[in-house]
Design a protein around this ligand. Structure first.
Ligand code: GDP
Length: 194
């Protein structure tokens, strides 16, 4: 997709702060530090549309960005930040599930997982919510540049197995090399069309 415009719309804590339903939405979910901001910035060819936070996990906001006035990207709050206050940890699940359950313009989600890690409870919960609310999703493995080709492939197989998905269902991405960018865009286009 040719990026003509990419603009921050608003941040929301509560449902009544979400912007009006106007464009098809794609949600991005992942652990703090997984590379979610970097992925979105690479997708839209901007250095800092999404600011990478130096103190993750402090505020939990759902951030909305309009791309080309065609698609809305929704940056869901990250989770799993060890130093996050208890209140923040407690509020994350209900906040994210409410968005997933109620947002009628949501066409699909991308779940980001660091290629070096294993999916944990939060990832399994997210997948359960996607399925429960009929939201198609794809998994994006981030920071692929951390491995050589062989090790990369073995980690893709490992994570696919842990998630009960096929390796071919996962997209391997690096913000550093921008590899996988086209595949992620392809997935977004398919999610919007489905
Ligand atoms: P977020 O908290 O999920 O939004 O993660 P960020 O995009 O802020 O990235 C967290 C850290 O990982 C930053 O130091 C990034 O520079 C680094 N990072 C993000 N993507 C990549 C990647 O593809 N490769 C490598 N090597 N580092 C990355």
């Amino acid at each position: 997709m040719k990026i003509l415009s990419a603009e921050f719309v608003t941040s929301a804590v509560k449902v009544d702060q979400y912007p009006e339903l106007r464009l098809p939405e794609i949600a991005f979910a992942g652990r703090s530090n997984v590379g979610k901001s970097s992925l979105i910035n690479v997708l839209v060819n901007r250095k800092r549309l999404v600011k990478t936070s130096s103190t993750p996990g402090r505020t939990q906001l759902v951030n909305f960005f309009d791309i080309n006035d065609e698609i809305t990207f929704v940056d869901l709050p990250g989770y799993g930040y060890a130093k996050a206050p208890k209140r923040v940890v407690r509020e994350w699940g209900p906040m994210v599930e409410r968005y997933l359950a109620e947002r009628r313009s949501l066409k699909g989600a991308l779940l980001l997982i660091d290629i070096r890690r294993s999916p944990r409870e939060d990832e399994f919960n997210l997948i359960e919510w996607f399925r429960a609310h009929g939201i198609p999703f794809r998994v994006v493995l981030t920071k692929a540049d951390k491995f050589s080709n062989n090790k990369r492939q073995s980690n893709v197989s490992r994570i696919a197995k842990e998630l009960g998905l096929k390796s071919s269902e996962m997209i391997v991405f690096s913000a550093l090399s921008r590899s996988g960018r086209e595949e992620v865009w392809q997935a977004i286009t398919e999610l919007i069309g489905s």
